[in-house]
Design a protein around this ligand. Structure first.
Ligand SMILES: [Zn+2]
Length: 290
């Protein structure tokens, strides 16, 4: 009967010669350091699972992966995904970055605190501690609202924090409120990038620095909402945010019309530090390069 023949043919994969040749090849070319030949079949030395799938009745033989090999492949795939994510993150962080080259060498060591007010010294110390104790900070998710007049050194302190955290391999973004809004607006015309992607990157950064939160052109309701949404999502995930502002949290909320609920939540979860005095970074490197 034709059907019987067809079924029988479907059950055998190789010709007997092919099958024998493949088996011979497999059994003569394995690494005895990782596999062993037991009764004409190969097994992993570690997990003892077969590394050859051999079905003589169907004349089929092929290499297969054991449990450790599978795990190894899974880990390699994860590492690959991680490195791709890290690369995408670095590109996005680079694009969002608003710190000029002048801040490249910023470090707490370069802050001269002689003659500074106690509250100033205390604020700088706490900012440095935030970075040095970041494992604990990450668990609490507590952020910082650093505020004070223009020229008091907020951005420089933020840059010092960024450098210190980056030195420890933390994935940070240092951006400004205006830059966030510009990038989000740009996606409305973009075919390849969505606002959601930008927000995701900002929400997922280990530490997000938002400089000049109180300085956005055209404070529309949606602009304030965009920033608030990012900060709130980060807070939901317990990811610390560092905000640099000329005004206090309460004044910002009042000026921007930020939701009272968000303000209350931020007040509870961010350390507010006011900087008073003059800029302590007169010897800031690289300021006048020609
Ligand atoms: Zn194995």
């Amino acid at each position: 009967m034709g059907t019987m023949t067809a079924a029988k043919d479907a059950l055998t994969f190789f010709s007997p010669e092919e099958y024998a040749r493949k088996k011979e090849k497999i059994l003569s070319s394995y690494d005895p350091a990782i596999e062993m030949n037991v009764g004409g079949s190969l097994f992993c030395r570690v997990c003892k699972q077969p590394t050859v799938y051999d079905d003589p009745s169907r004349l089929f033989i092929a290499r297969c992966v054991c449990r450790c090999r599978l795990e190894e492949e899974r880990r390699a795939k994860q590492a690959q995904e991680r490195s791709e994510r890290a690369k995408r993150f670095r590109e996005a962080a680079e694009k969002m970055n608003v710190l000029g080259r002048a801040y490249a060498g910023a470090g707490f060591y370069s802050i001269s605190l002689s003659g500074a007010e106690d509250s100033y010294i205390r604020a700088v110390e706490r900012c440095e501690k935030f970075c040095n104790n970041f494992d604990a900070v990450r668990k609490s998710g507590h952020g910082i609202w650093l505020w004070g007049d223009t020229g008091v050194g907020k951005t420089f302190i933020g840059a010092c924090m960024l450098r210190l955290l980056e030195k420890d391999g933390r994935m940070c973004i240092f951006t400004s409120a205006e830059k966030i809004l510009d990038e989000v607006r740009a996606t409305y015309k973009s075919a390849t990038e969505t606002a959601k992607e930008i927000k995701e990157i900002l929400v997922n950064a280990e530490v997000l620095f938002i400089d000049r939160i109180d300085e956005t052109r055209g404070k529309t309701e949606s602009a304030v909402q965009t920033i608030a949404e990012i900060v709130r999502s980060r807070d939901d995930d317990r990811r610390p945010t560092v905000i640099l502002s000329r005004v206090s949290m309460a004044d910002y909320a009042a000026q921007s019309g930020m939701d009272r609920g968000i303000l209350d939540r931020l007040s509870a979860r961010m350390a507010s530090m006011k900087l008073v005095g003059k800029n302590r970074f007169l010897s800031m490197p690289g300021e006048m390069e020609f």
